[in-house]
Design a protein around this ligand. Structure first.
Ligand code: GLY
Length: 368
């Protein structure tokens, strides 16, 4: 691309910011336009870095997720050193307790750590679990980051790097002759040399790509005041049957999450919160006495195959980075780096092939 001109990123969540920071560090002049910083999926996420605990089957998606997990330590160090703010990265490992032998699923892959803890071992390893738990896998390389701290740190890093961040929303993408001409937005018409669509669950409002919202309701609890944060009762994430329990170092405990395909219907519901609390208390009964801090919800950007849409589009000067579904926080480093390589250095990583939007486009060949 013409390196003297500007790159406009539509979407200011963790994916948009990751790409923006990577590009600006390489010398690009980047502007980010973001609709509503409160609504973005980043704020809702628990921040699990869990390719193994999520049981992503072997294939390109797992490859991408593992690559990103491996990038995390260096990537957060970079963000923290630019911003001066912590990200809450904690490679604490994830334990996946199960109630029945049939749930003992695991993909045995080389170079990955995993360990089955039997009934005796798991209760010794993690006191306080439900007596129903019969064992579980421990994934020592999975972990977490505090998505809200991470987001604040990334915003501060973006400001430090002089990335222009505009509050507004795009109403129309003006296209002409296979190129994006400009964007009509709530803050006027914007033009750039290159554009990146990173609008998560809202992507389909702008382009006909198959991204739809999957709502997740969540809540947080607080460890009792007589328990020191130096002596947290949970030292790793618990990822159980339709529940996950994520301890933060400051004594908060995040509980997630529902998966609801109901469109953009906002708000927490009694049934959603009942489901979250019921599953979490069943798995780790001591939670029943912890105080509730907060309820919230967010919209995951889902796709028909639950994989992100990354890379080139039908338009020469538009790159896509959306649809990260349950793995946006995990995939932020690899998305930022691969998309910056593509746009700025014209370097195409073959891993991107599996994530191109064209996998959803059926070409009908008519033989006359
Ligand atoms: N990453 C977990 C979730 O989306 O609920």
């Amino acid at each position: 691309m013409n390196k003297s001109n500007e790159i406009l990123i539509i979407g200011g969540g963790i994916i948009g910011l990751s790409i923006a920071i990577e590009l600006q560090l390489r010398g690009a002049k980047v502007t980010v336009i973001s609709r509503n910083f409160q609504q973005i999926a980043t704020n809702a996420a628990a921040g699990m870095l869990a390719p193994q605990a999520e049981a992503i089957p072997p294939g390109k998606m797992l490859d991408l997720c593992l690559k990103s997990r491996a990038l995390y330590p260096e990537w957060v160090k970079k963000i923290e050193s630019i911003s001066g703010l912590p990200t809450g990265y904690w490679p604490c490992g994830i334990l996946t307790p199960v109630y029945a032998v049939k749930d003992r699923k695991n993909y045995a892959l080389p170079n990955l750590n995993y360990q089955w803890l039997n009934q005796v071992a798991i209760h010794q390893y993690q006191p306080g679990l439900s007596p129903e738990v019969i064992g579980g896998w421990f994934y020592s390389q999975d972990g977490q980051v505090d998505s809200r701290y991470l987001y604040q740190s990334m915003i501060a890093a973006a400001k430090e790097l002089k990335i222009e961040i505009q509050a507004g929303f795009v109403t129309e993408i003006i296209r002409q002759k296979g190129k994006i001409q400009s964007l009509k937005t709530s803050i006027g018409e914007l033009e750039a040399e290159h554009y990146v669509l990173a609008t998560g669950a809202w992507s389909q409002e702008l382009l006909p790509i198959p991204v739809f919202p999957t709502k997740g309701q969540m809540l947080s609890l607080k460890i009792p005041s007589d328990v020191s944060t130096k002596n947290l009762p949970l030292q790793q994430v618990l990822f159980g049957n339709q529940t996950y329990i994520v301890p933060r170092k400051d004594g908060r405990i995040i509980i997630g999450a529902t998966c609801e395909n109901i469109g953009f219907v906002d708000g927490n519901t009694a049934a959603g919160i009942q489901q979250l609390l019921g599953n979490a208390i069943r798995l780790y009964p001591v939670l029943r006495n912890y105080k509730i801090l907060e309820f919230w919800w967010g919209f995951r950007p889902n796709t028909p195959d639950e994989m992100p849409i990354l890379g080139k589009s039908n338009y020469d000067n538009l790159t896509l980075a959306t649809g990260h579904y349950r793995n946006g926080i995990l995939l932020a480093p690899v998305t930022g780096i691969l998309i910056a390589d593509l746009i700025w250095n014209d370097q195409y990583n073959p891993l991107l092939k599996a994530f191109n939007y064209s996998r959803f486009v059926e070409v009908e060949i008519i033989n006359n």
